[in-house]
Design a protein around this ligand. Structure first.
Ligand code: GDP
Ligand code: MG
Length: 602
């Protein structure tokens, strides 16, 4: 294809501003699908995505559009994931495009994720076309939104496209703007192949499908290719694009976006950001920007019913087929038995996996306290030299005497909210050890920038933020590295036995109140047993908070009337055995909901 007839673009927006609806309209208008095939929100194809209205996996569609100039263009629309947890995938999608449609809700205006996305788009030298969407709403205020786009973002908004993706207004204008305002890609057909691996996923029929953007050269069926970062070679067996139906093609040339398959079994072998080249005539250097994504939030997932362990293993393995960014390894806990320690890109990612396991695989799970990754400097001990380790699980915390320093990850968070909620939001950030960096007002709304320890955010920060702002605050963050902190491991002991699943690393200053809160909540959450149960929070050997659940008196022999002495004896023995077992294994019956409920901060 003639490069001048190709346009590659993505759509960027704050969540709910209408990105998916607009994408659907563009597909509909350019005839990629028949009316019947046009189910709602074609691009969001997972159930959870539909329900939550978020885009998890990026999808790309090729559209064929005959413009006013009479030429037929190949438009490649990349749908990017809309959440900070998937920032790297977003950055690769953006790197595959020359421009972006910036969708802004005409009633809501510019929000935190709008800004975060726009800045990224600018970093990739995109031509940005603002589209003011939802102009059909009574609350739409086009002039105000134009002013925000100019003042806050710094983009000219005079020729913003005015649209209602819902009613089909402004769709033709959007398509013309894509062709006239976004530049065509550049590339050299004769140069050695370089193609960026933009995304990969597992398809039950095709195996691992790889989304690529060809920079230079040509990629074809039967070609031997090499992944420059992974160092592996593969034989291409299919080349094609999605319209969004699968369409097979003989090749993809420079500037084009499409998919390939190469009999790859595992998505982990096809890592986002890798460079694909020709095995026989390789490029000199890989494309810039490769990064290995690392999980930042870890937690344990255990089946509520120990008999479900194998089912959990199978289900996790299946999910992992499609998502190389989460990790898992077997873990065992005295309280919870066998389960898995899993790593995620962020909390949303954790919730998505947890929800899919529960919903699609019908599993009942206990999720342990999420933990971030700490860096520990250990001093010399009897058997080892000084060294640095990463800690993913509070249960693995070494003896405090060996630790010289603990570093925790910090983030920079941008919160955007209506003025009236600012006070309580500042208080929330302050309570979570936040450091205020910036506070500005734009158009009746406040924008605050805080540096916060990630471990103060992973529990319930987002929920709290939403509830104190009645859903109006928006939140976006990125990591800014590790910093030393005065951190300690707090253990929770139920009936004298530490419950690993409840232990966590906390700031020393808030340990006591967190400990007291946990004990109080657990006291209400754990039912009475035949014996009294002390619940303690401790740091090292020192108890910092304590509650006791009184014993329930229950004489099991009371039910046996009169004579049958052997039966009585048997029951008494059973009761004794029961008690022994409980003591031995610390087998207090902790209800599943207690684990999560206990972790919520007051
Ligand atoms: P996304 O999160 O940016 O992908 O947003 P969606 O496309 O899922 O849209 C979010 C919500 O806004 C949905 O309920 C849409 O039906 C609605 N919506 C999208 N475009 C319009 C529009 O032009 N007008 C109105 N009134 N609602 C819209
Ligand atoms: Mg969407």
């Amino acid at each position: 294809t003639d490069l001048s007839l190709i346009r590659n673009f993505s759509i960027i927006a704050h969540i709910d501003h209408g990105k998916s609806t607009l994408a659907d309209r563009l597909i509909q208008q350019t005839g990629g699908l028949t009316e019947r095939e046009m189910t709602s929100q074609v691009l969001d194809n997972m159930d959870i995505e539909k329900e939550r209205g978020i885009t998890i996996k990026a999808q790309t569609v090729r559209l064929s559009y005959t413009a006013k100039d009479g030429q037929t263009y190949q438009l490649n629309l990349m749908d990017t994931p809309g959440h900070v947890d998937f920032a790297y995938e977003v950055s690769r999608s953006l790197a595959a495009c020359e421009g972006a449609l910036l969708v802004v809700d005409a009633a809501q205006g510019v929000e935190a994720q709008t800004l975060a996305n726009v800045y990224q788009s600018i970093e990739h030298d995109h031509e940005i076309v603002p589209v003011i969407n939802k102009i059909d709403l009574p609350a739409a205020d086009v002039d105000k939104v134009k002013a925000e786009i100019e003042d806050i973002i710094g983009l000219p908004a005079d020729d913003a496209v005015l649209a209602s993706a819902k009613s089909g207004i402004g769709i033709a204008e959007t398509l013309e703007a894509i062709v006239t305002r976004i530049p065509p890609p550049k590339g050299d057909r004769e140069a050695p192949l370089t193609a960026m691996l933009v995304d990969s996923w597992y398809d039950p029929y095709l195996g691992v499908v790889i989304l690529v953007r060809v920079m230079n050269g040509v990629i074809k069926k039967g070609q031997q290719i090499k992944f420059m970062q992974a160092g592996t070679t593969h034989l291409i067996d299919r080349v094609g694009c999605m319209t969004p139906k699968i369409e097979h093609l003989p090749e993809l040339g420079p500037g084009e976006i499409g998919f390939i398959t190469a009999q790859i079994k595992d998505v982990a072998q096809a890592r986002v950001g890798d460079t694909i080249t020709d095995a026989k005539r390789p490029a000199d250097a890989p494309l810039p920007g490769f990064k290995e994504v690392q999980p930042v939030v870890f937690c344990g997932l255990f089946p509520t019913d120990a008999a479900d362990f194998e089912k959990l293993r199978e289900s996790i393995s299946k999910l992992r087929l499609n998502d190389a960014s989460f990790s898992f390894e077997m873990e065992s806990s005295a309280a919870l038995g066998f389960g898995f320690r899993c790593g995620f890109l962020g909390l949303l990612h954790l919730e998505i996996i947890q929800e899919r396991l529960t919903r699609e695989y019908d599993l009942d799970l206990i999720t342990t306290a999420p933990s971030v990754v700490y860096k520990l400097k250990l001093g010399k001990s009897k058997n080892e030299d000084a060294k640095e380790i990463e800690l993913h699980n509070p249960a693995d915390m070494p003896d405090p005497n060996r630790i010289e320093e603990i570093e925790e990850p910090w983030i920079e968070a941008t919160i955007y909210c209506p003025d009236e909620y600012l006070g309580s939001i500042l208080k929330l950030c302050q309570d979570r050890r936040g450091i205020q960096k910036q506070l500005t007002y734009v158009g009746g709304r406040a924008q605050v920038v805080y540096e916060l320890p990630l471990n103060e955010v992973v529990f319930d920060f987002y929920d709290r933020l939403k509830s104190i702002s009645r859903g109006y605050a928006s939140f976006d963050y990125h990591q800014i590295g590790h910093r030393p902190g005065d951190l300690v491991k707090m253990s929770i002991m139920v009936n004298g036995d530490p419950v690993d699943a409840l232990s966590m690393i906390v700031h020393r200053g808030s340990a006591e109140s967190r400990g007291r809160g946990m004990c109080e909540r657990l006291k209400d959450l754990i039912p009475r047993h035949l014996f009294k149960i002390p619940i303690q929070a401790a740091i090292g050997g020192k108890v910092i908070a304590r509650e006791t659940i009184a014993a329930m008196r229950k004489d099991v022999t009371a039910k046996c009337y009169g004579g049958d002495i052997t039966r009585k004896k048997k029951l008494l023995e059973k009761q004794k055995e029961g008690k022994k077992k409980m003591r031995e294994y610390g087998n207090v019956n902790i209800p599943q909901e207690a684990f999560i409920a206990a972790l919520r901060m007051g």
